[in-house]
Structures are given as C-alpha cells and as structure tokens.
Design a binder for this molecule. Structure first.
Ligand SMILES: Cc1cc2nc3c(=O)[nH]c(=O)nc-3n(C[C@H](O)[C@H](O)[C@H](O)COP(=O)(O)OP(=O)(O)OC[C@H]3O[C@@H](n4cnc5c(N)ncnc54)[C@H](O)[C@@H]3O)c2cc1C
Length: 498
C-alpha cells in the first residue's frame, strides 16, 4: 500500500476501544458520561453484545443474579427473572448503547489484529484485518476472556459426516428433533443446554471428563409488583443488589477459605445429587472427587433430573475417536450419532497469542508474557504505555459478577485517561517494580489455594499450572485497590517534555 493509500485508511482518534461486550461498552458509556466523544470502538462481529451475542444456545442465562450482573450506573428494574436469559441480557446492552449514543462510535466488522507503540509520537498505531489503521493516544482492550471457542482434538473429527458445532456457535438451522446427539463436556454452558436438548432428541450421549460441583439455582420470575417497586424506589433495587453482592462474597469466600464450611457445602451438594439423581451409578459418576471451588461451582436445578431421562446416557470414559457417523468411547464402544455438540469452553490463558502487540523498544506482548500473562492490577503491563486490559490477568471471578470487576477497571483507567486527555501528559507506563510487587502478592495468596491444591485441572490454570485468571479474594479489596491509579506506580512523560 502506498503512502497516500495508507493515509486514506488512517483514522485518528483519542481512544480506541476493542470489543462490544460489557467491558468495551461500559468503557464507551463512561467516556460519554465524562464528555469524551472522540473515541472509536472496534468490533469484529457485525453486531454488539460479546458473550451475550455469541452464546445463543437453548437455556443460556447468567448464573449471577441479574440485579448484580449489570452495570451499577445503568440498573434495570425490569429484569423478568432472578437470572435473566441470554436474549434479555443482550437487549439490556442494546438499550444501554441506545441511551448513551454509543452506536455511532462502533465500527462493526473490524477485527483488531495488533498495535504498535510509537515512541516518538506517544501513540498507538492500531492495525486491523481490513487494513485500516487507527492512531490513538490510548488503547483499551475489552476483547473478552471467553470468546474463542475451544474444540477438543478428537482423532477422526474431520471425517464426521454429521453436524457438529460449539455451544458458542449454535446452529439454530439444525433441527435436533429425534436426532442422536453426542454432547462433549459438562461445564457451565453444557449444564444449561443439556436439559433443553434432552427434551428434543431421541438419544443424548453425554461425555463427561470431570463432574462439576453443582448447587441448586434459586431462579424465579420477578413479578410485576417487584419491578414496579424497583422502578418507584431505585434505592430499594440498590439495597437488594448490595445484599446479593455481600451474599455472593461471603458465601463463596467462606467455601474457599474455611474448610469446615467447605465440607458442609460439599455435603449439601452431595445430598442434592442423592435427591435429584435416581440411578446409583450415575450418582457416583457425577459426584466430584476434588475440593469444591477448585473448578467453577455451577448452579442448576434441571441438569441432574435430565440425567434420569431414559434417552440420556452419561459416559465417563471419554471420546477416543470420531468416525463418519459415530463416536467411540474410551471402552471402545461405538455410539451412532447424527450430531456432536461441544460444550468444551474457551481458550482463556492463550487468548492473546494471535495478536501482535508491540510496546516500547519493539518488545512484543508475547515476550513480556513468555512466563505467563500478568499485569499491574490486571490492567496495565510495563513497557506497553497507555494500553489497558479489561478483565485482564487475575481479575476473573468464579463467585460474583465480573461486571463489578470491569467497572473497577474502568474507574482505574479513567483516573489515568482524564489527565492524559486534558493534555497533562502523553505517556503513562507502569513501573515493572509495581507490576512485580502486585503480582507476587497475588501469586503468594494463590499458593496452596483451592484452585491449584484442590485436586482438579481447570481453565483457571495456565500450562504451567499457575492461576492467571482469578482474583484471589474479596472483590471489595479489588475495588479499594483500583479506585484511582497511584502516580508513583507509573513512569509519566509530561507533554512538552519530549
Ligand atoms: C455462556 C456464558 C455465561 C456467562 N455468565 C456469566 C455470569 O453469569 N456472570 C459472570 O460474571 N460472568 C459470566 N460470563 C463471563 C462473561 O464472559 C463476562 O461476564 C462478560 O460478558 C465479559 O465481557 P467482555 O466485554 O469482557 O467480553 P465479551 O463479552 O467476550 O466481549 C468481547 C467482544 O470483543 C470482540 N472481539 C474479540 N476479539 C476481537 C478483535 N480481535 N477485534 C475486534 N473485536 C474483537 C468480540 O467479538 C466480543 O464482542 C459468562 C460467559 C459465558 C460464555
């Protein structure tokens, strides 16, 4: 491409945000609220919504009560249920975007492929798959931690003649009625769609590697009266939200930290299995042999009953081979199937591997993260100034709403962007010492914690067995630490100094 062509494909702006899920949209809305309108939001898909656009499988819903799983600055009194379903959450995000005029900032169908820090200009040169270059003073990544579907490597899968798809890419054109279906995986998505699929198909072979701990889901409709009360007295809704927040914090941290409470919770979950699963062998197969909390604790009141259905067969020996019209289990038994549905989760700790992000001194993000991904407060990485990760390393949650964490991060980012956009400085690079100190504190808290010592393998851990995904503790602690960036933690280059 010649210089002129490149200039035609160049778009200058103050801030580039990537991703239109809760993270990207939350940042965009907060910028608008602060009176910043010079920003662009890049979204590779042709629609907004992130997780809640992609995951349209039957039964898809949040597993943190909606009153908490939503923006604190955009509360919705009209949630129809305690745990809203996918469509309602997507609609909620759409309403937020409409209300705050964010649409005009979103560039759809533009895939972010990387960015290079200009050390003289103190700008990010953002590259995209369609060749357009965006030049911005700050770059905010809201790429999402759970958006690249993970397909297991099954020998022979390429030969399969039937239909196969991932839960995050559901084929709604494929009619499951009376089909023989293999479902691989029993994670958070699978336990939501298995009961729905089981109602339609003639046979469902469910392949489970590790059983999750499951607790009853206290879901119920929210009546018109409750909605009216929330509408009339917003403070009431805030109070309920706060009560949910505190309950989730205490319940889970208690389970994770207090062995006696953990034993009680496990006992209750086993009692739940005994009550819901009729067959003794199935009961044994779905009873985890690792400590509760090691993997994400799931909520469902209809998964276990689905296993009682005569057309549902639970298989724990694994899939060893896929043939043209069947799957072969670990005992060599061939199961004829018309379709395979993967409920096998997402790429988490390697989600940035395909991007080319180059910081100061030509250093690549992959090199900075060669021993594992880490960031200061999970947000900024030394050597990559003015770049902010939302839901970055060690800021995911297994027990409460990640929207809470996202909001903390947006607050933190804004505390740097405000003075930067006022022109007080042009570069804020977190000091390596601050980043190291933060991460050694995190990792020492994680040492011996249930996620690594609980006797399970989970997507919380990277290939070295290090937890790079979860925040290890109360989230109010995170809120406290991210109220405002500490200038001491940053090497700040003031405008005019260069
Ligand atoms: C089925 C499901 C249920 C969940 N339920 C809960 C729950 O109940 N509670 C909870 O706390 N968490 C839940 N989560 C976690 C959920 O991912 C987060 O809550 C939240 O939606 C993450 O928002 P995000 O904006 O960070 O990422 P996402 O929602 O994943 O959005 C990322 C966006 O970035 C876009 N994007 C990605 N790469 C690029 C690129 N290179 N260029 C341009 N655009 C790009 C994607 O298309 C997407 O639109 C759930 C996750 C799943 C999958």
């Amino acid at each position: 491409m010649g210089k002129r062509q490149r200039e035609q494909h160049r778009h200058d702006t103050s801030v580039v945000i990537v991703g239109s899920g809760f993270s990207g949209l939350g940042t965009a809305i907060r910028l608008k609220k602060e009176g910043v309108h010079d920003f662009v939001l890049l979204e590779k898909s042709d629609d907004l919504g992130g997780t809640w656009r992609d995951n349209t499988y039957p039964g898809c819903a949040c597993d943190v009560p909606s009153l908490m799983y939503s923006f604190s600055f955009e509360q919705n009194p009209d949630w129809s249920r305690m745990f809203a379903e996918q469509g309602e959450i997507e609609e909620y995000l759409r309403r937020c975007v409409d209300k705050h005029g964010v649409h005009e900032h979103i560039h759809y169908g533009v895939e972010f492929t990387g960015a290079e820090w200009d050390e003289d200009g103190h700008e990010w040169h953002v590259s995209t798959a369609d060749g357009t270059e965006y030049v911005a003073r700050a770059l905010v990544s809201g790429l999402g931690a759970l958006h690249i579907p993970n397909y297991p490597e099954l020998p022979g899968l390429e030969r399969f003649q039937g239909e196969s798809f991932h839960s995050a890419d559901w084929n709604h054109d494929y009619d499951l009625t009376d089909k023989r279906v293999a479902v691989v995986g029993t994670g958070a998505s699978a336990i939501q769609f298995v009961p729905k699929v089981a109602e339609e198909v003639s046979k469902l072979n469910l392949f489970q590697r590790t059983p999750p701990w499951i607790q009853p889901k206290p879901d119920r409709p929210l009546s018109e009266r409750v909605q009216r009360a929330f509408r009339r007295v917003p403070l009431l809704q805030r109070a309920v939200r706060f009560a949910i927040y505190m309950t989730l914090e205490f319940r889970s941290v208690a389970v994770l930290r207090e062995p006696r409470l953990q034993r009680i919770s496990q006992w209750m979950a086993k009692r739940f299995i005994r009550k819901q699963v009729h067959d003794r062998k199935t009961r044994e197969a779905v009873t985890p042999d690792y400590a509760m909390g090691c993997k994400r604790i799931l909520l469902s009141s209809d998964f276990y009953p689905a296993l009682n259905q005569s057309n549902v067969e639970l298989n724990t020996s694994g899939v060893t081979e896929v043939r043209e019209n069947s799957v072969v289990d670990g005992e060599g038994v061939e199961h004829p199937v018309d379709a395979i549905i993967f409920g096998t989760g997402f790429h988490v700790t390697d989600a940035f591997d395909h991007l080319s992000i180059v910081g100061r001194g030509g250093r690549k993000l992959q090199d900075a993260w060669k021993d594992g991904m880490e960031a200061h407060k999970g947000i900024t990485v030394s050597g990559f100034p003015n770049l902010y990760f939302l839901l970055g390393p060690n800021t995911g949650l297994g027990h409460n709403s990640v929207v809470f964490m996202i909001e903390c991060q947006i607050n933190y980012v804004l505390s740097i962007l405000r003075p930067m956009l006022r022109g007080e400085f042009t570069q804020a690079d977190v000091r390596q010492s601050a980043q190291n100190e933060f991460n050694s504190r995190i990792q020492s808290r994680l040492k011996g914690a249930v996620w690594s010592a609980g006797g399970c393998q989970s997507w919380y851990l990277d290939e070295n067995g290090v937890n790079r995904t979860l925040w290890p503790g109360f989230t109010w602690n995170y809120w406290w630490q991210t109220r405002k960036a500490d200038p001491k933690d940053y090497e700040i280059q003031r405008a005019g100094a260069r």
